[in-house]
Design a protein around this ligand. Structure first.
Ligand code: ATP
Length: 574
C-alpha cells in the first residue's frame, strides 16, 4: 500500500470529490426507503398533500443518488487511471536505470508483465476502492441501524440472514480467491507459450512443429478454461444462494407482519422500508466479499511492483561532463563471474590494444568471447582487475562518455520499429543524409537502402521482420559506425554476410574508420585474419596472443581451429 501513497497524493482532489460523491450516494440510498415509508403512511392516511410533497422529495433524492453515483464513478476512474499511468511510467523509468545484469535478474518478459498486467490489477483495485471502500461499511451499518429502528422486533430475521450469507460468502470466496490466483498464473503460461511460438514461427514451420505446438498450447489453455468454468459455476450457485436467503428473510418478515397488521396498521409501510434495508445489507456483504477477493489479487501485484522499485541498479556511473576518450583498450588481470554463478567466466585476462588497431578474438563456443566484449562496454563490472579505455578505468567514465566511445554490434542486434533514419538518429541525433549514406556505404547497406522507395525513411517493422538476416546485420553495422566511435565491437556481426560483402565491410572499416579501434569476435578465422593482434580464448583464459602468422606457427589451439576451418573451406590463406 505504501507504494501507492505518493501517487494517490497527487490525485488528492479527485479522491476528495469521489469520496464526497460516495457520501451523497449512500445518504440518498439509505434515505429513500425511509421516505417511501412516509409516502405509504400518507397514502394510508389519505393525506394527498403529504403524498405529493414526500413523493417529490423521493424523486429528488433518487436523482441526487444517481448524480452521486456518476460523479463517484467518473472521479474514481480518473484517479485510478492517473495512478496507473504514473506508476507505469515510474516503473519504466526505474527499469531504464537498471544495469544489463538487473534486467537479466528479473527477465525482460517478467518486467513487461509487471508493467502491464500488474499495473492493470492495481488500477482496477484503486477504482474499486474509491467506489466501494467507504460505501460498503456506511451502507452496511446505516442499513442495519435503520432496519433495526424501523422494525426492532425483527432483529433476529436480520441476524439469521447475515449468518447464512456471511457463511456462504466466506466458503465461496475462499475457493474463488485460490482459483483467481491460479487464473493469473495460467494466463501467464498461455502468454508464454503463444509468445514463444509466434516469435519462433520460422523454426516451428521449418521443423513442421505445428501439431506439437498446438498440444503444448492446449495444456494451459484447457486448464484455464476449466478454472474459469469452475469460477463461473461458483458464481452461478452463489448469486441465487444469496438472493434466496434474502428473499426468504423478506418473505418471513412480510408473513410475520401480515399476522400483526390488524393490530398495527403502520407495519404495512414499515415492512416495505425494512425489506429495502435487508436488500441493502445483502448488497454490502456481496460487494464487500468481491472487494476482498479483488484486493488480495491487487496486493500480490503491488508486491511485485514494489520488488521492482526496491531493486537498486547494481551498477552506477560517475557524474561529470561528457568528454572524449582515446580508443586504446587495456584489460589488467580481469576476472569476472556472472551473478549467481560459482566459477568465473573470465580468468585473469590481460591484454592491450593500441588505439586504431584491430583486435580479433577467437575461441571455442562458450570460451568467454562475448563476455569479454561486454566488459569493454561496461555491461558488467569485473570481480577483480581493471578494464581501461584511453587509460581510464571504465568505472570512472560518465555513462554518456562511455556510450559515445564504444559501439557494440551484435549478431542479432535489435532494430527498433520506426524508420531506418530513426534507428540511426538514436545513436547520432543530428545525423544528416550525407552521414547516413557514408555509414551505410561502410556497412555495405547503402546499395539496398537506396533502392527502397523511401530510402532512409523506409519503415522498420517490429523485430525488423521486413529485412533479411544479412540486411539486418548491415543496418546494425550502419548504426554502429554512424557516430564514428572510438571503439567498435563486432560480435559475430558479419555472420550472415557472404564472404565478398564481409570483405568489403572490412576494407571500408580499414579505409574510413582508421582511427577506430575494432574488436572483432568471429567464428570464422577468415574474419579476423588481417587483425593486428588476435586473442585466443579457452575456458575464459587467454591462451594465445599474436598475429595470424604467429599463432599458426606457435599456438596449438589456434592451429586446431585453423586446420578444422581450412579443411572445411579449403580456401584460407596460410
Ligand atoms: N548472462 C549470462 N549469465 C550467466 N552465464 C552466462 C551469461 N552469458 C553467458 N554465460 C556463460 O558464460 C560462458 C561464456 O559465454 P560467452 O557468450 O561469453 O561465450 P562465447 O565464447 O561468446 O560463446 P559463443 O561463441 O557461443 O558466442 C558460457 O558458459 C555461458 O553459458
Amino acid at each position: 500500500m505504501k507504494v501507492l501513497l505518493p501517487y494517490l497524493k497527487k490525485y488528492r482532489r479527485d479522491a476528495i470529490i469521489s469520496t464526497l460523491a460516495v457520501l451523497v450516494l449512500v445518504f440518498a440510498t439509505l434515505w429513500q426507503p425511509r421516505l417511501l415509508q412516509t409516502v405509504m403512511t400518507a397514502i394510508m392516511a389519505k393525506d394527498r398533500a403529504a403524498v405529493w410533497q414526500n413523493g417529490i422529495w423521493l424523486i429528488v433524492l433518487a436523482a441526487i443518488g444517481i448524480v452521486g453515483g456518476v460523479v463517484n464513478t467518473v472521479y474514481s476512474a480518473r484517479l485510478a487511471l492517473g495512478v496507473a499511468t504514473d506508476l507505469r511510467a515510474d516503473i519504466y523509468r526505474h527499469v531504464q536505470s537498471f544495469a544489463y545484469a538487473d534486467v537479466e535478474t528479473f527477465s525482460a518478459s517478467n518486467l513487461v508483465v509487471r508493467m502491464t498486467n500488474d499495473v492493470q490489477q492495481i488500477q482496477g483495485a484503486v477504482m474499486a476502492a474509491f467506489q466501494q471502500v467507504t460505501r460498503i461499511p456506511l451502507l452496511f451499518f446505516g442499513a442495519l441501524a435503520l432496519a433495526l429502528t424501523t422494525m426492532p422486533q425483527q432483529w433476529w430475521v436480520i441476524l439469521a440472514m447475515l449468518v447464512i450469507i456471511v457463511l456462504v460468502a466466506v466458503v465461496a470466496f475462499r475457493q474463488m480467491s485460490s482459483l483467481f490466483g491460479r487464473t493469473q498464473q495460467l494466463i501467464e503460461n498461455v502468454n508464454t507459450v503463444a509468445r514463444e511460438n509466434l516469435m519462433g514461427i520460422r523454426v516451428v514451420k521449418s521443423f513442421v512443429q505445428e501439431d506439437n505446438q498446438i498440444k503444448t498450447f492446449a495444456k494451459p489453455s484447457d486448464e484455464l478454461r476449466d478454472v474459469t468454468t469452475r469460477i463461473g459455476e461458483l458464481f452461478a450457485v452463489l448469486m441465487p444462494a444469496f438472493f434466496l436467503t434474502a428473499n426468504v428473510a423478506i418473505a418471513g418478515s412480510v408473513y410475520l407482519v401480515g399476522t400483526q397488521v390488524l393490530a398495527h396498521p403502520a407495519y404495512i409501510a414499515a415492512v416495505s422500508s425494512f425489506t429495502s434495508y435487508l436488500g441493502q445489507i445483502l448488497f454490502a456483504v456481496i460487494n464487500g466479499s468481491f472487494i476482498m477477493t479483488f484486493a488480495s489479487r491487487a496486493f500480490i501485484s503491488m508486491g511485485r511492483v514494489r520488488e521492482v522499485f526496491d531493486h537498486q541498479p547494481s551498477m552506477h556511473f560517475v557524474d561529470g561532463p561528457e568528454k572524449k576518450v582515446a580508443g586504446d583498450i587495456t584489460f589488467d588481470h580481469v576476472t569476472f563471474t556472472y551473478p549467481g554463478d560459482e566459477t568465473p567466466t573470465l580468468k585473469d585476462v590481460s591484454f592491450t590494444v593500441p588505439a586504431g588497431q584491430m583486435l580479433g578474438i577467437v575461441g571455442a563456443t562458450g570460451s568467454g568471447k562475448t563476455t569479454l566484449a561486454q566488459l569493454i562496454a561496461r555491461l558488467f563490472d569485473p570481480d577483480s582487475g581493471r578494464v581501461l579505455i584511453g587509460g581510464v578505468d571504465v568505472r570512472e567514465l560518465p555513462e554518456a562518455t562511455l556510450r559515445d566511445a564504444v559501439a557494440f554490434v551484435l549478431q542479432r542486434s535489435t532494430l527498433f520499429s520506426g524508420t531506418i533514419a530513426q534507428n540511426l538518429r538514436q545513436v547520432k541525433k543530428e545525423a544528416t543524409a550525407a552521414s547516413m549514406h557514408r555509414a551505410a556505404e561502410i556497412a555495405q547497406a547503402a546499395e539496398f537502402i537506396e533502392r527502397l522507395p523511401e530510402t532512409y525513411d523506409a519503415p522498420v517493422e517490429e523485430r525488423s521482420a521486413n529485412f533479411s538476416g544479412g540486411q539486418k546485420q548491415r543496418l546494425a553495422i550502419t548504426r554502429g559506425v554512424i557516430a564514428n566511435p572510438e571503439i567498435l565491437i563486432l560480435d559475430d556481426a558479419t555472420s550472415a554476410l557472404d564472404a565478398k560483402s564481409e570483405k568489403l565491410v572490412q576494407e571500408a572499416l580499414d579505409r574510413d574508420l582508421k582511427h577506430t579501434t575494432t574488436v572483432v569476435i568471429a567464428e570464422k578465422i577468415s574474419s579476423i585474419i588481417r587483425a593486428d593482434s588476435i586473442l585466443v580464448l579457452d575456458g575464459g583464459r587467454v591462451v594465445g596472443e599474436g598475429t595470424h602468422q604467429e599463432l599458426v606457427r606457435d599456438n596449438t589451439i589456434y592451429q586446431e581451429i585453423y586446420q578444422t576451418q581450412k579443411a572445411k573451406e579449403g580456401r584460407l590463406p596460410a
